[in-house]
Ligand binder design. Structure first.
Ligand code: GDP
Ligand code: ZN
Length: 310
């Protein structure tokens, strides 16, 4: 029988079968996935084959090929990775420009990682009810910037429901990863989008139990219109990945576009002569803040902060 893994508790998986039934499954035997040393062979979002036993227990016998998956290192020193979720259609990055502040460096790193994984991303600016005039102006400037680069943006408030119906439309028929700093309102938003679920299971925020063990497990929540939200408690961004210096610029679409005019095709857009990217920054075609984020990622990489995940 085929199904979709919608919950991973660490010891068992909840699989929604194609006929709509939810079955608790264990894993059968030892999965060794090509090229991944993972602490969890099966992840939320995986399409799997399951076998039901006569006693009513069930196990996962096969994982179908993944369209994509996101990982993070199991721990700083570990060479193993934890697969957070598989088969994502899109990410939404929840951003607040204040309470708490989300820096453009954080936004840009997230966007670049999502580009590297080839996952389309939308930026959702939450708490628009709480900003003063200056903050609202800054918000609009950010929306301008990111919309122009090609990232759809939406202003919402979980408190007064502004933009919530538009957000719900974006989630239809898609598997969407919700990300963002802690405190930006992810749980509140999810509870607003899924009122039935909130009543059934209690506030989702209990999953975020801040003081808890850092090993976190993901869960998928069905939304109206055959979509799913994946909430990965505690994840701040993606796992790292192997990149060459000149590759980082590929994940900033406007930098990538301008770089076709650079004199050297392995230009890192720092000190090289004939760099079209630096010229575009000087002439304000590329935003200073994006270029700063780009340099910042490059620097971290040189300092070895980017270690690849396995
Ligand atoms: P999470 O850590 O991202 O899951 O954030 P929470 O959902 O726990 O929310 C963090 C805080 O922000 C809580 O005190 C919420 O009540 C508050 N909050 C969430 N959404 C909004 C909003 O739209 N407007 C305002 N003003 N506060 C919000
Ligand atoms: Zn260049």
């Amino acid at each position: 029988m085929h199904g979709l893994v919608i919950k991973n508790t660490g010891s068992w998986y909840l699989v929604k079968t194609d006929n709509g039934q939810c079955v608790e499954c264990k894993i059968k035997g030892n999965f060794r996935l090509k090229g991944i040393r993972s602490t969890n062979p099966v992840a939320v979002g995986d399409r799997v084959q399951i076998i039901l036993n006569q006693e009513g227990t069930a196990f996962i016998s096969e994982i179908e090929d993944r369209k994509n998956y996101i990982i993070r290192r199991a721990s700083n020193l570990s060479k193993q990775s934890h697969i957070l979720a598989a088969n994502l259609d899109q990410c939404v990055l929840i951003v607040t420009i204040n309470y708490p502040e989300t820096s453009t460096i954080f936004i840009d790193r997230f966007l670049a990682s999502a580009e590297a994984y080839n996952i389309p991303t939308k930026i959702i600016f939450n708490k628009v009810d709480a900003y003063n005039e200056d903050e609202l102006r800054y918000l609009d400037a950010l929306i301008n910037l990111y919309t122009q680069i090609g990232y759809p943006c939406l202003k919402v408030s979980a408190f007064n429901r502004e933009g919530i119906e538009d957000l719900k439309k974006e989630l239809k028929q898609k598997v969407t990863l919700f990300s963002g700093h802690s405190g930006v309102g992810k749980s509140t938003l999810i509870n607003t989008i899924l009122p039935e679920l909130a009543i059934k299971t209690g506030k989702i925020s209990t999953y975020h139990n801040k003081g808890m063990h850092t090993t976190t497990f993901s869960e998928m929540f069905p939304v109206e219109g055959e979509g799913y939200i994946i909430d990965t408690p505690g994840i701040k961004g993606f796992g790292t990945f192997d990149m060459e210096d000149e590759e980082i610029g590929h994940y900033f679409p406007e930098i990538f576009k301008a770089s076709s005019e650079c004199k050297y095709n392995n230009c890192t857009h720092q000190h090289e002569p004939g760099c079209a990217v630096r010229k575009a920054v000087e002439e304000h075609y590329i935003s200073e803040s994006r270029y700063t984020s780009y340099l910042n990622m490059l620097k971290d990489k040189e300092e070895g902060k980017y270690r690849s995940a396995y």
